[in-house]
Design a protein around this ligand. Structure first.
Ligand code: ADP
Length: 251
């Protein structure tokens, strides 16, 4: 296992197109998360460690109650560990104030949720523009980038449709466009096919696959072995701990 080395990037010869850059996007070290409800304590995560490099496509798999959502909240900077450290692209998330975490969530992580989480009153274009609006990007630039993202997911002919006028698969593709539009370090997908029929699910998985091939870092959380199969590496979580990593797909 490699050490933490913020200078890894600068030591690579930029003229060497074949250089393999192993730059960690996610570094989780001995993370515990304990929930306290009244007199009870639940250790939802019990000493989880993993490193995920830029450009990897990793599935985190486990049955219900194994700690997937808890881990996803921590990876997504929606919650912080009870102990242990989480570094995102080299920055220690545990030492950040809420304002900084919000900034990271907005600019450096693209979220894709099971329930799509689109705003029903806004058309596809405006939904995709939202993260850029929060980031203070001016309107013409927002529009240009949102259209580019919608083109990327094959929905350029649906930009003025509201979520209610789109199929589940199309809504999820809008959500993927929204996740992409800030050019984040990490795309975090939580059961992205959980609410889709099998055809739409394949469609969304093909899209994630294409994003991975174009160099994006994707972490997908799922309980579905078929979905995990599409990734390059699967990490299995059970009772808040990782088991042995397995190679999933052929990449
Ligand atoms: P999964 O996403 O794999 O279904 P979770 O991360 O939701 O698993 O849950 C892991 C464990 O932590 C479970 O035992 C669950 O009951 C418990 N848990 C999750 N969230 C909370 C919470 N907010 N308060 C108390 N216990 C929780």
């Amino acid at each position: 296992m490699r050490g933490h080395d913020d200078t890894a990037e600068v030591r690579i010869d930029p003229t060497d197109a074949h250089a393999v850059v192993r730059r960690p996007v996610i570094e989780v070290e001995d993370v515990w998360k304990t929930y306290r409800t009244g007199a009870f304590e639940v250790d939802a995560l019990r000493g989880v460690s993993c490193t995920i490099d830029a450009g990897e496509y990793v599935a985190i798999m486990g049955p219900s109650g194994s700690g997937k959502s808890t881990l996803m909240h921590i990876l997504g900077c929606l919650d912080v560990p009870t102990s242990g450290t989480y570094r995102l692209a080299g920055d220690d998330v545990g030492s950040m104030a809420e304002e900084e975490l919000a900034h990271i969530r907005n600019r450096r992580i693209g979220f894709v949720f099971q329930q799509f989480n689109l705003l029903a009153s806004l058309d596809a274009l405006r939904n995709v523009e939202l993260p850029l609006l929060y980031a203070g990007v001016a309107r013409p630039e927002r529009r240009r980038r949102a259209l580019e993202a919608l083109e990327r997911v094959g929905l350029i002919d649906r930009v003025d449709h509201r979520p209610g006028e789109l199929s589940g698969g199309q809504q999820q593709r809008v959500a993927v466009a929204r996740a992409l539009v800030t050019d984040p370090d990490l795309i975090l997908a939580d059961e992205p096919t959980g609410n889709l029929d099998s055809v739409s699910a394949r469609d969304v998985m093909a899209l994630l696959d294409e994003l991975h091939r174009s160099g994006r870092t994707i972490v997908l959380i799922t309980h579905d072995a078929d979905v995990a199969e599409a990734s390059g590496r699967a990490l299995r979580i059970l009772d808040g701990q990782f088991g042995d990593a397995v190679t999933a797909g052929s990449r």
